[in-house]
Every structure is written in C-alpha cells, then in structure tokens.
Ligand binder design. Structure first.
Ligand code: PLP
Length: 418
C-alpha cells in the first residue's frame, strides 16, 4: 500500500532518513511530528560531521581550512537562494532561528517607523511572526492592526485586509502556511494588496518550506523568514530581503563586522557546521527531484520537480486522512476538509469530543505514533478559536510518510472513538 497513485519515490526518500528506522514495541515509529521539526537525511548528518572533521575554521583567514570553509559557506548561500527562487545569494542571511531573525528584522525596520504608522499582523500566524512586530511597533510608537480569520475554514479574511490597508500601513506580517491547521495563504495577492498602498510584506515561510516550493519573485514579497530544521536540515534560521533594503537599512551590528552583504546582517560567528547541513538539505531535495526526473540538472528545476512530487504525494495522504476522519463524528477538524494542495498542506489540527489533545497525543505515542498537542505558538489562532488552554492535537505529514502510516493512525483514532 506504500506506493501512492503518483510515482513518488517514497521508499527511496525513507531510506535516506536513519531516524525513520526507529522501532517502538516491535513496530516502526511513525513521525507525524514534522511541523515541529522534520527528520534529517544521512547526507545532512554527514555534511555536519565532515565540516567539523575537515573544514572547521573561522571566517576570512588566508589559510586552507578558512578558505575552504568560506567557499563552502558561499555555496550554502547559493543553495538557499535557489530554494527561495532568489537570484542573489548575498541576499540570503542566516541566524540562530527564525524567531531571532524576526526580532532582528523588526527592530531594524522599526527604526524607520513613527507614531501614526501601522503594522498588520494576523490571527493565523505563529507568534514568532506577531510578537516581534508588536514589540517593535510599541517601541516606535506605531499602531498594530490585527487581521482576523474566517473561523470555519481558518482562512485569512481578505475583505478585512482591504479595510485595514491604508497609506499609513508600513508592513503586513503574514505566514505562507499555518503551522496549526495547514491553511496556505494567497501570498501573491496579499503582496499586491499591500504594495498598492506602499506597504511591505514580511512572509513567514517556516511551515510552507517542507511542503511547497517557495518563490519570492513570484510572490513579490519584500522579506521572507524560514527555518532549516523544518525542511530536513539542522537548526538554522533564514532571512531573505531585497538587496537595496538590506544594504540601505542600518541594522544592529558590531563595529569590526563587515558592512557588506550578507555579513552585515549575520551577527557574530555563524554555526558553520550546521550551515554545511543546510546546504546538504537543499541538495537532498534537488536529488529527490532528479530521482523523479533525471533530466532536471539545474538545481532550481530539480527543486521544482521535487516539490511537485511532494505536493502530489501529500495530497494522496491528505485525501486518505480526511476521508477517514470524516467517518469519525467524535473528531472535529479545524481548517479545510478538502485535500486541494493549493489551499492546504498536510497539517491537521483537531479536537475529540471525549479526549483532550494531550491525552490523544499520549495514547498515540503509546502506540508509536508521534504527534503534538497544545497551541504550537500559534497562540493568536487558538485564542481566536477559543481553544485555550488545551489547544489542538496536531498531526503533520511530510513527504517521507506513507499511506500505511496514515492507515495506522486512522485505525487508532477509530479505536479511541468506539
Ligand atoms: C510557522 C512558524 N513560524 C515560526 C516558527 C519559529 O521558528 P524558529 O523555531 O526557527 O524560531 C515556527 C516554529 O515552529 C513555525 O512553525
């Protein structure tokens, strides 16, 4: 049953991820915890070890290991630029994690804001794309506006957005996909709406990145934030912006650090070994693309092929899960119950009439199925849906999950419901 209706090479993918071999009471553990962090393929683990074994050096020396390290790191900027659809590798900035970079960016932008300016944040976002903007706006005396959702479908209310956008709006902070309920937002449309009043758009693509191909040019966004540990890499945050903005803004940095891109934005010594792992994660995805279509030599083309396959495979798993859950009246799903891959990714938030999210997660865990419960820091959403303090049970499928695993999950949910 593990071959999907598409020709997606799920067995090959699984063979790349050593963690997936983990056993729980004599059965394979099932990793449906991906929204909080994906597993990593062997090539990522090797790249981290190889960096430390052979290339470990600080930046900017004239000796062999420092030169080799700098060349390797330059290659990682190029790899991530390809992943984002960004032509200029110098516009890719790395940092500790998405949250730290969001605080960095928000403080920097806030130096250009003043009382009367307005910043829009949404009810659908992870708090890492809300509170940094709220605090920066507070420091600048700017006003925060909250974009509501349609609670039934958990989609953004675009009519409300057009009401909120005015010539006072300086920035719209929005997620590309919800980490709690899987909604995919119409980022290109939101960018067009914001630009029409002269506002910038900062996109949180953390949850989108393992599921769909990011394209900053197609979206037309101004800023993008991501996190490599969600797309099969190690724990590193990513920031992208346009060259003229990155160059002209005065960001917080120490005096001896460079004023040129990308180093100007990358405070302190970077996590070189994990950056090597980020490059390997992009290569893994490109290699997946070439497994599907060996003629996809160009890395961006190979990434596009990989993500087309990932979307098709996830859609099969999504349909299977949604039709299984529809037959369980004790379960209430939040967000779209349609498998349309343009509107949702394979992340599901649900509640059960008799069990709390925590006890559901515990029961699944006892059966070797790893899921999350709570609010996952998507606090504006769980508050808007009156789901605090218990939150949701969150089940997330990634491309390495299989139909057999989804069947195992459904059979367990079914048993709990009886
Ligand atoms: C949608 C989304 N945005 C932002 C973050 C924060 O990312 P990081 O852990 O890299 O700070 C997360 C983490 O779960 C997330 O899911």
């Amino acid at each position: 049953m593990d071959t999907t209706a598409t020709s997606f090479p799920v067995a090959w993918c699984r063979s790349q991820f050593p963690a997936l071999a983990r056993q729980h009471n004599g059965r394979n553990a099932v990793f449906f915890d991906g929204p909080a962090g994906s597993q990593t393929p062997e090539c990522v683990i090797d790249a981290i070890g190889d960096y430390l074994r052979h290339t470990n050096a600080n930046h900017g020396g004239v000796f062999a290991t420092s030169r080799e390290s700098d060349a390797l790191l330059e290659g990682v900027h190029s790899a991530v630029a390809d992943l984002l659809g960004a032509p200029d590798p110098d516009c890719v900035v790395f940092g500790a994690n998405m949250t730290t970079l969001a605080f960095h960016l928000s403080r920097t932008l806030a130096r250009t804001w003043q009382p009367g300016d307005e910043i829009i944040v949404t009810q659908l976002d992870h708090d890492a794309n809300v509170t940094p903007w709220v605090l920066a706006a507070r420091d600048a005396g700017a006003t925060i506006r909250h974009l509501p959702i349609h609670p039934g479908e958990c989609t953004l209310d675009l009519d409300a957005l057009s009401q909120l956008l005015t010539t006072r709006t300086r920035l719209v902070a929005v997620g590309a996909a919800s980490n709690a309920v899987g909604t995919v937002n119409p980022i290109a449309t939101i960018c067009r709406m914001a630009h029409a009043v002269g506002a910038e758009v900062a996109v949180d693509a953390v949850h989108f990145a393992p599921h769909r191909l990011i394209d900053v040019a197609e979206w037309g966004c101004d800023w993008l934030l991501a996190s490599a540990y969600k797309f099969f890499g190690p724990h590193i945050g990513i920031l992208w912006g346009h060259r003229h903005r990155l160059e002209s803004l005065e960001c917080y940095k120490v005096r001896p650090a460079t004023n040129t891109l990308p180093g100007k934005w990358m405070t302190g010594t970077q996590n070189h070994e994990c950056l090597a792992g980020v490059g390997a994660a992009v290569e893994y995805l490109a290699t997946l693309g070439r497994q599907i279509d060996p003629s996809a030599v160009n890395r961006r083309v190979a990434l596009r092929v990989a993500y087309t396959g990932i979307a098709a495979h996830e859609r099969v798993l999504t349909s299977q899960f949604l039709s299984g859950v529809a037959a369980l009246p004790a379960i209430r799903l939040f967000g779209s119950n349609l498998p349309n891959s343009d509107h949702r990714v394979a992340t599901f938030g649900l509640r059960h009439t008799q069990h709390t999210p925590a006890s559901l997660a515990q029961s699944l865990s006892d059966n070797g199925i790893f899921t999350w419960h709570g609010n996952f820091y998507a606090l504006p959403l769980t508050e808007a849906l009156a789901l605090e303090p218990d939150g949701l049970l969150r089940i997330g499928f990634l491309h390495y999950n299989t139909q057999d695993e989804v069947a195992r999950l459904l059979s367990h949910l079914n048993a709990l419901t009886r």
